[in-house]
Ligand binder design. Sequence first.
Ligand code: PEP
Length: 257
Amino acid sequence: MLLAANWKMNKTPTEARAFVREYLVALPRDVKTPTVILPPFPALTVLAEELEDVPPEKVSFGAQNLHNEVKGAFTGEVSASMLKDCGCRWATVGHSERRRIFGEQNEFLNKKLRAALSQNLTPIYCIGETLEEREAGKLEEILVTQLTEGFEGLSSASVERTVIAYEPVWAIGTGKTATPEQAQEAHAFVRRTLADKLQVNARKMEILYGGSVTPENAYSLLSQKDIDGALVGGASLKVDSLLSLLAASDRVLQEKK
Ligand code: PEP
């Protein structure tokens, strides 16, 4: 189980520091679910300072994006080695906002996945369908394409080092959540696709659900067999709310997984 907090373009470094301090004070000693905080770039070094003595099994941090090139004339971009040097363990790749607003496509995301893996960052590779695609019956086709093109040419070992986030685009930031059954069905399909098309040990891989996860719906989503955690935007911005999500996840861990 894993709880990833995608802060998107929210929180200054000062606000990030205050959040983490409050979070660590309130974090239950016996917490089982690791939290991964994904702040905007300027807050990364602040998180490195605040989490220096915190075991990564409890709280760690990573980036929301990276560039595939190592260095050079790419104004405004940040490389994997820069993130590594900041203390990041994780790098999000292919969030639907990057795909939709910034036009990032699977072929480019493949390069980003390689860049992240080359620096031993664990990629959180986001996939998911739009509402039009779902309604047109293209859910499976979209997921297969995002997985096979995103991981094109990568070894099974590299794919297995990646965490997948299934995020139906229509559920992100909209308050519309997939039902637990819809989410489970998509997750099971993703796991089968990883095994069948990419020949990996898909049982070993973590598949997170993302899309309007809240303290109210987290337990029913996380209880599903193939849901191994959550990638959370809006509900990760307040300490109380993130702690409630963590409690829901720990409850699921205790009860069934
Ligand atoms: C996300 O940012 O990946 C996300 C799922 O956002 P929200 O939880 O706000 O829908």
